[in-house]
Design a protein. Structure first.
Length: 354
């Protein structure tokens, strides 16, 4: 059953005891040999711990939490809402981040750790407190096709997990032949144009041709974050039911303010950055019967399981960009988990059992 009102009040008054905070480095080599680094945030209190994951720094540059080890005034007895309000008054950055969105990513790490700790201290699981039943999670593997685009990364994953489906980052340098090859797999649920990051469009003609080819080759795929250009809006006029937005969505109010009147929302908890705002987004989508799917940011640790758990509770049967982390490796191992993932929330806390 969809909840038309925010479920945040069911969590807000959870008691929370914080005694200390620790930071642990995580590292992996992802597709196209991308060196990914994240940080586990570990809040400790009352004989247990709570985990969150900071995805704000892709490559260590002196600003990651495990490098700076900030000593923040987090210790005390709180409610979960009171802790989150206090957190909003602190600055865990040694200098302003390059991208303002990184502040939300880092805030999410602390808030998700606090939720995990509060639930573990209460001896309860997230789904129990929310009154929701986790369901099997359908997922896609989010992937770029490389600087010299090739279908090989798609084929490699299909060989390891024949039923896997994809969300692909489209680029104007995709050739017609490559688009035909990828479409022939029948395995693409979402095309991400990444058109909402303010990046310069170097060749508008080539970009328009890309949209024309994608619209023809993938007639059922979601079309995520299209470019905000008049010539693109004209092309998408007959496809608005499958246009979705990710990058502009930080609050429930953003849902009605996207460049095109799209209905589909990629709910990305780390981009939203706060528990209160996240549950308001879920509630608005439920009230307006908007399709939702989940999104990740290359999590390597507990953060991946947390977004899989949220997908299981709020939008399980959707092309969720929450594939287990092993799918994002350059050369994924055999025996990858198949979609849908069976629900496996831990007995207490905000965690997906390993």
């Amino acid at each position: 059953m969809a909840h038309m009102e925010s479920l945040w009040p069911r969590l807000a008054e959870l008691p929370l005891v914080v005694e200390s905070c620790e930071y642990d480095r995580l590292h992996a080599v992802l597709a196209h040999e991308f060196q990914r680094v994240t940080t586990h945030v570990r809040l400790v209190g009352d004989g247990t711990d709570g985990l969150g994951e900071d995805v704000s720094v892709h490559v260590e540059n002196g600003t990651s939490l495990h490098e700076t080890q900030p000593t923040l005034p987090l210790a005390g007895e709180w409610t979960l809402a009171g802790f989150c309000d206090h957190l909003a008054t602190l600055d865990p950055w040694p200098k302003p981040p390059e991208w303002e969105a990184a502040r939300r990513y880092r805030n999410w790490a602390f808030e998700s750790a606090a939720l995990d700790l509060a639930l573990r201290q209460a001896g309860r699981a997230l789904h129990d407190v929310l009154g929701l039943e986790p369901r099997p999670v359908r997922f896609v593997n989010s992937l770029g096709l490389g600087e010299q685009p090739s279908i090989e990364h798609v084929r490699r994953r299909l060989a390891r997990s024949p039923g896997v489906r994809f969300k692909l980052d489209a680029e104007a340098i995709w050739s017609p032949a490559l688009i035909d090859e990828v479409a022939a797999t029948g395995a693409v649920d979402t095309i991400d144009f990444k058109g909402q990051y303010g990046l310069e469009v170097k060749d508008p003609e080539a970009l328009g041709a890309l949209y024309d080819r994608v619209l023809a080759a993938f007639p059922d795929a979601y079309l995520e974050d299209p470019h905000d250009l008049p010539e693109i809006a004209r092309r998408l006029g007959d496809h608005l039911e499958r246009v979705s937005y990710d990058a502009p969505i930080h609050t429930a109010e953003d849902i009605g303010a996207t460049p095109l009147p799209a209905r589909v929302v990629n709910v990305k908890p780390s981009r939203i950055g706060s528990l209160r705002a996240l549950f308001e987004v879920y509630a608005r989508c439920a009230r307006e019967r908007r399709p939702m799917y989940g999104g990740g940011m290359g999590e390597l640790g507990v953060g991946r399981g947390q977004i899989e758990l949220l997908a299981a509770l709020f939008h399980a049967d959707a092309p969720n960009d929450v594939a287990p982390s092993a799918y994002n490796e350059d050369d994924p191992p055999g025996g990858l988990p198949a979609s849908p993932l069976a629900p496996r929330p831990e007995a207490t806390g905000f965690r997906w059992a390993a």
